[in-house]
Write a protein that binds this ligand. Structure first.
Ligand code: UD1
Ligand code: CA
Length: 454
């Protein structure tokens, strides 16, 4: 049994991003670059320990990785290069034997199965170091995999140090490696910074190990897209476009109809049930779970929400809410955070619900605002009903019990409770609680007079 460890290099400045946010915290399909990498390596191998090398913007990066169980970090004080970055992990790993997977924090597209295969190959060949390589159409900017006349891997040469001849090769270094911990630290200490960037290149460890008689290998397992490194915002958008396509394909294969994949944006961790239809121009974001047989879209955004089965959401915006079975939302509704719409609820036509529970079968169909409210079962909220929940300083609750009928254009000035089966006359402004089964009217009586000057 081989013990496996992981290191993610994430200390780099990310200068080319031109951002106040550390590069690895930029998001692709709703998830930070570094989270894609951490999830990938954790899925590839059962890691004894995962260490993230942090530097630039370390506090927020550390705060971000704290949520991962087996993950620790080391701090690279000065950004002297990728070899120097990896050497910072020595302190935490020097007492261990086994294999080490090294990933870059900026390659979000790499697949767990590729890393699994790389590790398997590394162990089977008994290598001291194995590099994940790939053949690409445009190798510019990447380190080149250099092989001798017999095809044996001799070294990696960085773009800036490569000869014209070396630049011609299109087999490149992905920046992902497996190392045998027994020999790694010594070899790393031999890396110097005699290159035009004055950096300690991790890639130099290959020629050092080869020179010392150890066995190294480069395996071309990755496809071009998988090893795309995100160094600037153009590559960030490229990575997002590739991942978006992959995510859409995965859902389609799992039985979801995506009518127009081009205009459908589904975040990485979203779950969608079978026979659901996603119509164009729809964004499903964050930790959202959609049930079976739903129709979502067109022109809809759902964020961090859960819908059960048979839900219909048209041209609407749903945030951090729970939508139960057979609910219909839209067109043009906004369901704001902490709302629960229970079974068979309808909310549509320019209505907004915020931090409210709407009970089974209730309808908020036109031009209404329901905020900080508890609405019972089978309540009819007439067009233009407003819960007046805010006095400029504090928020107050409105309670509307089962089977209440709220006429059109009613103001409910909170805090207020409406008893079961109450009928509220249209145009009322309700400031006092109403006992069950009553009819309440709170409006000036109409007077009709003779029209003067006519
Ligand atoms: C690196 C490789 C290159 C490979 C490419 C793949 C080196 C020298 N070159 O180039 O062969 O083709 O990745 O994408 O490694 N880092 C630190 N501390 C540092 C410097 C870098 O933690 O002092 C981290 C970065 O955050 C990044 C990784 O190391 O995650 C690679 O550094 P980067 O500057 O992005 O190297 P590339 O030029 O992309
Ligand atoms: Ca890079």
């Amino acid at each position: 049994m081989n013990t496996v460890f992981g290191v993610v290099l994430a200390a780099g400045q990310g200068t080319r991003m031109k951002s106040s946010l550390p590069k690895v915290l930029h998001k692709v399909c709703g998830k930070e670059l570094i989270s894609h990498v951490i999830d990938c390596v954790n899925a590839a191998a059962k890691l004894q320990k995962l260490i993230v090398v942090v530097g630039n913007g370390s506090e927020i990066v550390i705060k971000h990785i704290e949520k991962y169980g087996n993950t620790d970090y080391v701090f690279q004080e000065k950004r002297l290069g990728s070899a120097h970055a990896l050497l910072q992990a020595e302190e935490k790993l020097k007492n261990f034997d086994g294999q080490l997977i090294v990933m870059c924090g900026d390659t979000p597209l790499v697949k767990a199965r590729t890393i699994k295969e790389l590790l398997r190959w590394h162990i089977r060949m008994g290598n001291s170091a194995t590099v994940l390589s790939g053949r690409v159409k445009n190798p510019f900017g990447y380190g080149r995999i250099i092989r001798n006349a017999d095809g044996l891997f001799t070294e990696i040469v960085e773009e800036k140090s490569a000869t014209e001849e070396q630049k011609k090769t299109n087999e490149i270094n992905s920046g992902i490696y497996c190392f045998d911990l027994k020999v790694l630290w010594n070899a790393l200490k031999k890396v110097d910074n005699k290159n035009n960037k004055k950096e300690y290149y991790l890639t130099d460890v290959i020629s050092i190990l080869n020179g010392d008689g150890y066995k190294t290998g480069a395996v071309c397992l990755a496809n071009e897209e998988e090893i795309l490194g995100v160094n600037d915002r153009v590559q960030l958008a490229e990575a997002a476009a590739i991942m978006k396509r992959e995510i859409n394909i995965e859902h389609m294969i799992n039985g979801v109809t995506v009518v127009d994949p081009e205009s459908t944006y589904i975040d990485k961790d979203v779950i969608i049930g079978q026979d659901t239809i996603i119509k164009p121009n729809t964004h499903i974001e964050g930790k959202t779970k959609i049930g079976k047989n739903c129709v979502i879209g067109p022109d809809t955004t759902i964020t961090d929400s859960k819908t059960e089965d048979n839900v219909l959401i048209t041209c609407s915006y749903v945030e951090n809410s729970q939508i139960k079975k057979n609910v219909k939302i839209g067109p043009y509704a906004h369901i704001r955070p902490e709302s629960i719409l229970k079974e068979n609820v309808k909310v549509g036509n320019f209505s907004e619900v915020k931090k409210s529970v709407v009970g089974e079968g209730s309808k908020v169909n036109h031009l209404s605002y329901i905020g900080d409210a508890r609405v019972g079962k089978n309540v009819n909220i007439g067009a233009g009903t407003i819960t007046c929940n805010y006095d400029g300083k504090n928020k107050f609750k409105t309670v509307i019990n089962d089977e209440v009928f709220v006429g059109s254009n009613v103001n409910l000035v909170a805090p207020v409770t409406i008893g079961k089966k109450v009928l509220i006359a249209a145009g009322s402004t309700i400031t006092d609680d109403v006992l069950p089964n009553k009819l309440t009217i709170a409006r000036a009586r109409q007077i009709t007079k003779v029209r003067k000057n006519k």
